[in-house]
Unconditional design. Structure first.
Length: 162
């Protein structure tokens, strides 16, 4: 487990400089496109409608808000938890051992509680995203960095003992 954590940290350290460079390029492109984006404001989204859509069909609220990846993740999570609950219910009904039946039903109940929590989080996410759908991100922060001296540099140092 510790080796996996070290591997993840090393991958993040090597990927960080490349990510920072692409982030800077993207921020320049975004700052140039803000005037165009302000001209085409998206329509208002209904927060209650998004939450109820997410309650009715898993991921529908996220899809309504234009977040298709989140919609797919919400759908997969809820269907996975429903499948897990069905599996443990079949296991509980298929055994004659009282102790095993009790354990299988406990697993089923845990899956149902996780399902309820996932549904609530999905509804809350759809509700908040609908509220923030037309949120103006404002000007780029690069305009504020023009006042800094040219030799100003930012650095991050990380020391890992193996």
């Amino acid at each position: 487990m510790l080796r996996l954590a070290r591997l993840v940290v090393l991958i993040m350290l090597f990927a960080l400089p490349a990510f920072a460079q692409t982030e800077a390029k993207d921020s320049l492109r975004i700052s140039q496109d803000t005037t165009l984006a302000r001209a085409f404001r998206p329509e208002k989204k209904s927060p209650k409608g998004a939450a109820f859509r997410s309650l009715a069909i898993p991921g529908w609220g996220q899809y309504y808000n234009g977040q298709k990846i989140k919609a797919a993740l919400a759908l997969a999570a809820e269907l996975g938890e429903i499948g897990t609950a069905i599996y443990w219910n079949v296991q509980a009904n298929g055994t004659d051992d009282a102790r095993a039946q009790f354990i299988y039903r406990d697993y089923r109940n845990q899956a149902l509680w996780f399902l309820a929590g996932t549904i609530l989080v999905s509804m809350l996410d759809a509700y908040v995203d609908a509220h923030l759908f037309d949120f103006d991100e404002g000007p780029s922060l690069e305009e504020n960095t023009a006042n800094l001296p040219p030799d100003t540099r930012f650095a991050l140092r990380l020391h890992i003992r193996l």
